[in-house]
Design a protein around this ligand. Structure first.
Ligand SMILES: NC(=O)c1ccc[n+]([C@@H]2O[C@H](COP(=O)([O-])OP(=O)(O)OC[C@H]3O[C@@H](n4cnc5c(N)ncnc54)[C@H](OP(=O)(O)O)[C@@H]3O)[C@@H](O)[C@H]2O)c1
Length: 348
């Protein structure tokens, strides 16, 4: 495979003011990267667009597990790349596909230790970027789902949520409820197997929105919820925790309402009724990166099996071409897509 002299990558052009827009990102032509001794040269084939990037582009809160991205920096994130050149003894050969973390560019160099081979059970290489291990890790390890549980997944129409709801059902949940900002997506979530979908339209911001949401939740789960997978934070998480049944478990996974809200605040505070949480014995757990590698390793073959058996769907959008990534990212932050959003780069 011949490598061109210059290649393209996406950099942060300027710090976003509020929700990121396409113009905050720039497609830049740059000399092709040269692997140092012991490094692998990769040609990227797919990379993931993900909401967490909005946190890294803004005022990154202390403790964020990835470095902030400064104007001029190349973006990064999960990608599947094809090995172009690998050092002898690395076990890698040209043409091998690997998962790594240097997306948003046509070519990348990485140390062999940073690369994960694809698993055979998951036939579609791009499906290795599906963010399903988060929900799988919660449902099998962090707060294992029990038969018959009523499970609430907030942000159900995103990459994490579309897979988490289906996974909860496959692992024995009784009732699966999701939330979305869009009536059209609610319909698609029902088709995916969600029993009930709460629509929390962002255009309805202002007094009464939180109460309307809490009323919908009370109707959908009159006896409360057993397990929460919260991707949104804010008033959705507050209502969900208020609806927790005795012994409920709540996994705090994401903060979409802050990341993709109009103001750059990635960590909106939660108002909790501590007394109720105490007497009900509710277990609240923050799900950071810890244990993520193990969950990912367990998730991928299981996902592959479920896909092959037709028991799970992988809702996703494939956007073709690096130059379309900034626009697709803006559309993702505006909630225009359903499920996982991938950028596909042409094979040679
Ligand atoms: N803890 C971990 O290990 C881990 C791992 C992966 C992801 N995460 C976090 O989990 C969350 C979900 O990730 P994801 O990949 O599923 O996200 P995603 O697919 O990028 O989410 C996009 C969806 O967010 C919703 N959204 C947009 N603006 C919103 C707002 N103001 N309030 C609420 N929802 C809004 C939209 O859906 P609707 O139109 O349906 O509302 C949109 O389609 C993120 O916060 C991410 O950072 C955590």
């Amino acid at each position: 495979m011949s490598v061109p002299e210059t290649v393209r990558e996406i950099r942060l052009a300027r710090r976003p003011q509020g929700r990121p827009v396409a113009a905050d990102l720039a497609v830049v032509e740059t000399p092709a990267p040269k692997p140092a001794a012991g490094q692998v040269l990769l040609r990227n084939r797919w990379f993931l667009l993900f909401a967490g990037l909005a946190t890294l582009l803004g005022e990154t809160p202390p403790g964020t597990p990835f470095p902030p991205i400064e104007p001029g920096d190349t973006l990064f994130g999960p990608a599947v790349g094809e090995v172009v050149d690998a050092p002898a003894g690395s076990g890698l050969r040209p043409g091998d596909l690997v998962v790594h973390f240097r997306g948003w560019r046509e070519y990348a160099v990485a140390d062999p230790a940073e690369l994960t081979p694809l698993v055979e059970e998951l036939a579609d290489p791009a499906a290795h970027l599906a963010p399903g291990s988060v929900g799988y890790g919660v449902l099998t390890r962090i707060a294992p789902v029990r038969p018959g549980d009523t499970v609430l997944v907030t942000g159900a129409a995103g990459g994490v949520g579309t897979l988490a709801g289906q996974t909860a059902r496959l692992l024995g949940a009784g009732t699966v409820i999701g939330t979305t900002g869009s009536p059209a997506k609610a319909e698609r979530l029902r088709e995916l197997g969600y029993d009930a979908v709460l629509v929390d339209e962002r255009t309805g911001d202002g007094p009464g929105r939180a109460e309307r949401f809490a009323r919908q939740l009370a109707e959908a789960a009159p006896d409360g919820i057993d397990l929460l997978i919260d991707n949104v934070g804010g008033h959705q998480a507050e209502a969900a925790l208020a609806a927790a049944r005795p012994g409920a478990r709540a996994a705090l996974v994401g903060v979409l309402s802050g990341q993709l809200g109009d103001t750059p605040a990635a960590h909106p505070p939660l108002r909790l009724d501590a007394f109720q949480l105490i007497i009900k014995g509710v277990r609240l757990v923050g799900c950071g990166n810890a244990g993520q590698a193990e969950a990912e390793a367990a998730w991928r073959p299981r996902f592959g099996e479920w896909l092959r058996e037709g028991r799970i769907a992988f809702p996703h959008v494939r956007v073709s071409g690096l130059e379309r990534a900034p626009r697709a990212f803006q559309e993702m932050t505006e909630g225009r897509h359903f499920g996982t959003v991938l950028v596909e780069l042409p094979a040679e």
